[in-house]
Write a protein that binds this ligand. Sequence first.
Ligand code: ADP
Ligand code: G6P
Length: 479
Amino acid sequence: MADTAVRYDFVIAANRLPVDRVVGEDGQVEWHRSPGGLVTAMESVMSGRDGVWVGWAGEPGEAPEPFDEAGMRLHPVPLSEDEIEGYYEGFCNDTLWPIYHDVIVPAQFHRKWWNQYREVNERFARTLAEVAEQGATVWVHDYQLQLVPAFLRQLRPDLRIGWFDHIPFPPVELFGQLPWRQGILEGLLGADFLGFQRPGDAENFLRACRRYLGMTVKGDVIHVGKATGGHDVRAAAVPISVDFASMDELSRRPEVKKRAKEIRESLGNPSALLLGIDRLDYTKGIRHRLKAYEELLKDGSLDGADTTFIQIATPSRERIDAYIDLREHVEGAVGRINGNYSAIGSPAMEYLHQGYGREELAALFLAADVMVVTPLRDGMNLVAKEYIACRHDNGGALLLSEFTGAAEELREAFMVNPHDIIGLKRTIMDAINASPQERSRRMRALRRRVRRHDVQHWAQAFLAALEAAPDKPSRQGQQ
Ligand code: ADP
Ligand code: G6P
């Protein structure tokens, strides 16, 4: 039974639901946690809040009926096999993802994909229009749903519509390559408030509106002409974060501490344990960090029998060519490093292409001497903040790429330019050799920052900005 008759005051829309529907070999339906930072953040925001999450359940074909899972009401939107190829793998992840991440790999442009993107966005907007109560707050997420705000405003002008960009917003020179740049900007301008990770992302968006739509921008407010709605839209940075308290609590549990010790023991108690945790994505700079590590082993700065690098690489977008190439490259490098530098019982590398539970991740964070975060471009990077939240011992060292959103806030990390392999090697050694006092000084400052600016703080800041957004056309009309 569809529950379109039930309406909600608080609605969020993301391409993915927080769980994926997986049918096991025995035909049993199981729900697995979906990958990525968006889900981690919004799960924390939604727990304890009355509302509904609208999104895709991760399988082709008809959508399951709305259901409850992990204390949340979930409302699936269907995607056909053809739409998974054209809208999701195609336009979202082979057109927009590369353009929004500095064209690390070339972007593909296909008119069919764009048409499918429009159709799916319109479907999301129609579903949202059905489930939202009069005057409800609708919070739309990420690059997959940039046309939803305008479609939804047309259908339901009474709603308060916000959109948050979890990834970077590109400079105009890159955004301008998109043949559909105008349509995307107009889609976003259906919102009342647009949130970005960094001030630079909001500025890029404002510049694109000036350049490609000829709009008037005053400060961070854009005045949208009558033809496209006649309202004001604010665009500003509201950097996302993690659930500090729950990660901190998790990492203090005796069983997690015990597991952290076991992890080190199982690797032969190396003097230095390095850790990378990422989706297997070319934006994360995994190749660069492995290159630096291999060179450090080769030139004798590190001893493979006494150093281990654990790389956890969550499977991601596995049918897209750039991801297939990356996997081959990374797995080749891991095999070579282990073949050349491991000793029996003391691997130079431990590579795991699997998803893990929060407890195991917390134990890994606690076990690692150096957390290696080297994206070539990343909207925020929640893993860096999770590492900090788990280091209640004020130990460990965070090595962080300056091309992450996190680098704007986490100034006390060991900063790197991952393209500079010599600098990367030097900073890995600095992080390994830092004195306990220096590590502790840095980690205390990092923890103060993340504790204060946690995910709840982020959600409140976003929702307050949305509520205070400059223009309230229909609500003013109602008074
Ligand atoms: P992205 O959103 O690009 O994947 P983030 O670092 O912002 O990158 O967020 C990744 C999220 O996914 C974090 O919450 C992290 O803990 C989680 N995660 C990463 N790898 C795994 C894994 N192998 N198993 C479970 N969760 C993972
Ligand atoms: C990033 C994006 C999310 C996305 C996630 C996982 O965090 O910002 O929107 O959901 O990666 O990617 P996937 O393609 O598996 O949804």
